[in-house]
Design a protein around this ligand. Sequence first.
Ligand code: ATP
Ligand code: MG
Length: 561
Amino acid sequence: MEEVGTGLLDRLDAMQRVAASAPGGPLLIVAGPGTGKTRTLTHRIAYLCAELNVYPEHCLAITFTRRAAEELRHRLDGLLGPVAEDVTVGTFHSLGLTILRENARAAGLPTTFRIADDTERATARAEAGDDDATYVKLLRAQDLVDLDELVTLPVELLRDDPALVERYRDRWRWIFVDEYQDVDATQYELLRLLSPADGNLCAIGDPDQAIYSFRGADVAYFLRFSADFVDARLVRLTRNYRSSAPILATAVQAIAPSSLVRGRRLDPARLDPEAPLVGRYPAASVADEADFVVRTIDDLVGGLSHRSLDSGQIDGRTSDISFSDIAVLYRTDTQAAPIRDALARANVPVQKRSHNRLRDRPGVSVIARELRHADGLGGSVAARVRLAGQVLAERYAAPTLDVTGGVGPEDIWSAVEVLTPLAQRCGDDLASFLGQLATGAEVDALDPRAEAVTLLTLHAAKGLEFPVVFLVGCEDGLLPLRFPGSTPTEDEVAEERRLFFVGLTRAQDRLYVSHVGRRLRHGQERDCSPSPFLSDIDPGLFERLGDTVPRRPKDRQLRLL
Ligand code: ATP
Ligand code: MG
């Protein structure tokens, strides 16, 4: 056994090893972006199971998204083998759902309860008006619960039932929470109920990446971990394995003015002297910015594959960039359209995702309902989604039917496209797929293997990494975001800066920031100035792009001929 354990931790650096092999009790891992939080977390679980005889079924790992949960599960499989299946891995929502399913009767729910879709919620809302008590009653009459109740109901249940608390504490003796900086009050209360103050709670995160306060998250819970949990051990990870040195230096300077981590350090593990500077492109217009993105992508993907063919001069990992290595990030979802259209015109495949809930996307609820009706069919979920899409698109194309609530065939097809990777991952398990539709975010449906450029809101990009990143729209008014007639508070600006930091730190090898001179915002063409966050960065870290970017034919097919 010892050999297994030692071998395990060999793949970690000294501080990661300290974190992974720390003894039981509360443990807070404060770690900047790219410092290997996921690697450390999975190795800690593997180490505890292999070395300290912890049972995998006593472990509960909570991640922020379904996709992160899948990734964690996958890596645990690699480290632990089949027993990894016994570790409970999920999001707060899926954890809440598990607790509710196991205690449906005590929670006053039938065992057949399900999560309300948006039509069902809207109907209940319309009937109940502002009266939240009535709203819940209407849902209950149909055996439905609201998504938000997936965490509040278990909290209420546990609050009133110390014996139940004991049962869960006995079951999940080791709890791990990733992205702890973004827990909200209810999630925090659930954790406090599940873990005693001296329990084996391991929280991992980075206060400087707290970006979800608009959803009720509060970084204060992270900052007071040591006060909440007895004799908490603190480990810091400061070595960044993700980004090139110039990218990291840029990000560190960007966050410095409002860092929440005293003595924040982030040291580059990658010290390639050839690493390119961060490209900065001042675009004249939105169209010009989109054109810059397309040109540069074409240059990186097309140009470099040419070069490697004839000269063999390959500069390491950047010589074979494919579309799947590239992400375009932006502050607001509406910024995606011009970029997506420009890429489409150049025949570059894209997958676009936001941080919004999947079920809020037009078309998703009707597909879910169609699938529940036709539940008896069996077969792969992906095939059933496609079939449901066909049926619905035909039905909704008929002009006489006005039952669609504004959903058209295009919405159906685009929803089918978004849902397909998720459906494929679910195999034949329709129930699991429907559960994910109800609780998941769009970004959960990202296909990491797709040969496509990924378009993401900054919020959705959290936790992900890409060899090439474009951060577009780095302008005052977008970063920080400002609405007409209102000035963001100091705290809001700080959160926007953290969002900017999250964006910059997604990049591994190449990072481009751009801003436009004029943009249509709130129905009006306005002059824009670059984001004030850019002025906090040493200009020497940027390479100013403009005329220097070689123009290439826009149509990829032309070049193929
Ligand atoms: P974020 O805050 O953005 O979520 P993170 O701390 O979770 O970042 P990871 O995604 O776990 O970072 O790791 C970043 C990258 O660094 C990954 O590609 C990972 O494989 C690599 N990495 C982590 N630790 C090591 C290590 N000890 N040796 C080599 N590579 C490592
Ligand atoms: Mg992470």
